[in-house]
Design a protein around this ligand. Structure first.
Ligand code: SF4
Length: 385
């Protein structure tokens, strides 16, 4: 899985950065010993002791391969999520290069709650998508998103290639903040992808930088949006409306989306209401109520003659039978801890061929008894008993 890209020395460690995302760090004294006996490929993949971290967030990075036997169903961090429709959310990676003030999952380097990142081997992920797509039948949309920026996934082309071989998959869409795109990547993506959903929440650099929590590359992102709109792919611009911060920006974004020709096949804009989430970052503002939000969108719809109040049907999303769940709420189970969780004290436990997120202080490899307290959308939470 590892393709060696570049290396350097830092803080007494030999550092290898693979595809600008996976950082393998081996103490120099150990590396020197290993170097005498083994090839670089071997050292990068197997050399011990070593740390594997995300080059972007600097958090511990867990690599999930088929050999690991870790199921790709059951948690919101990696793998596939089936919410009972013809759309499958596919998550290959966590972590983000932005630090948005409103981030619902407290992502980015500035995160105070996220302790671990995950990356899934592309063929393994595609196999899981295939199995569920076959169950769903024709007309499946694969939506690549995640807790973070999906385009950080360093094996995107490999993944897309495999996904496009699945007969049942009709539409492939990707969520992105747009900052990692460039002409070359857009050319590569348009071979596989039908729509890019790009989050742009302000046209003013200062406001955009405040909202994104980083020095916002506005010109680059707008250029990327134009290039996507001019490509074979469709573009949907998805701002988050944060009252008191970007109210005046929303109209500018609508004008921009219409001017560059977003929405060739699907709606050009997917304006989202800012919602403060329990484990997300919160902005000091009074969130709009849904009736207020929709009434504002309806006014803008009239002004710009564009559909802004959207429903799943606008994207061809329909209800479909859920992939069968072997776990029920209230069930008492015992499983092995296979990964650290994303949040402190959380662990990823495997039981009945699913991952369950359980709050426990037990260690990796330990077994834990738990009660299943949540099963909604095939995402399982357990409480240790
Ligand atoms: S909102 Fe999206 S782009 Fe912003 S920090 Fe969160 S995951 Fe990254």
């Amino acid at each position: 899985m590892f393709v060696y890209i570049r290396s350097f020395e830092d803080a007494g460690e030999k550092v290898f950065v693979i595809r600008n995302f996976i950082e393998v760090r081996i103490p120099l004294k150990h590396f020197k010993k290993l170097e005498r006996k083994y090839s670089l490929e071997y050292i990068i993949s197997m050399g011990e002791p070593r740390k594997v971290i995300s080059h972007v967030t600097k958090r511990n990075l867990e690599v999930i391969t088929k050999e690991s036997g870790i199921p790709l169903l059951g948690n919101p961090y990696f793998g596939v999520i089936d919410r009972g429709t013809n759309l499958l959310q596919v998550r290959g990676v966590t972590g983000c290069n932005f630090c948005c003030a409103f981030c619902s999952v407290d992502e980015g380097k500035c995160s105070k709650t996220r302790m671990t990142d995950y990356i899934v081997e592309p063929n393994y992920l595609a196999e899981c998508v295939k199995e569920i797509a076959k169950f769903k039948g024709k007309g499946v949309e694969v939506h690549i998103d995640g807790q973070g920026e999906p385009l950080l996934y360093p094996y995107m082309e490999e993944l897309l290639k495999e996904i496009r071989k699945i007969d049942e998959v009709e539409v492939v869409s990707i969520q992105t903040n747009g900052s990692l795109l460039n002409e070359e990547k857009i050319d590569a993506l348009e071979k596989y992808v039908d729509r890019i959903n790009m989050s742009v929440s302000a046209m003013d650099k200062k406001i955009a930088s405040f909202l994104a929590g980083v020095k916002y590359p506005l010109e680059k992102i707008l250029k990327n949006a134009r290039m996507v709109a001019d490509s074979k792919m469709d573009l949907l611009i998805a701002p988050v409306w944060v009252p008191g911060y970007n109210d005046r920006e929303i109209e500018k974004i609508i004008e921009f989306a219409l001017e560059i020709g977003a929405g060739k096949k699907w709606p050009p804009l997917g304006i989202q209401k800012y919602i403060p989430y329990k484990h997300g970052r919160k902005v000091k503002t009074k969130p709009m109520s849904f009736p207020e939000f929709y009434s504002k969108l309806r006014e803008l719809e009239k002004k710009y003659s564009v559909k802004l109040v959207l429903s799943p049907e606008d994207f061809g999303i329909e209800k479909r039978e859920r992939y069968p769940s072997p776990i029920s709420r209230g069930e008492k189970l015992r499983g092995r801890i296979v990964l650290p969780g994303r949040l402190r004290n959380e662990k990823i436990v495997v039981a009945k061929n699913r991952t369950v997120t359980v709050r426990t202080n037990k260690k990796l490899g330990d077994y834990v008894n738990f009660e299943v307290v949540r099963t909604h959308d095939g995402i399982y939470l357990g409480e240790e008993v």
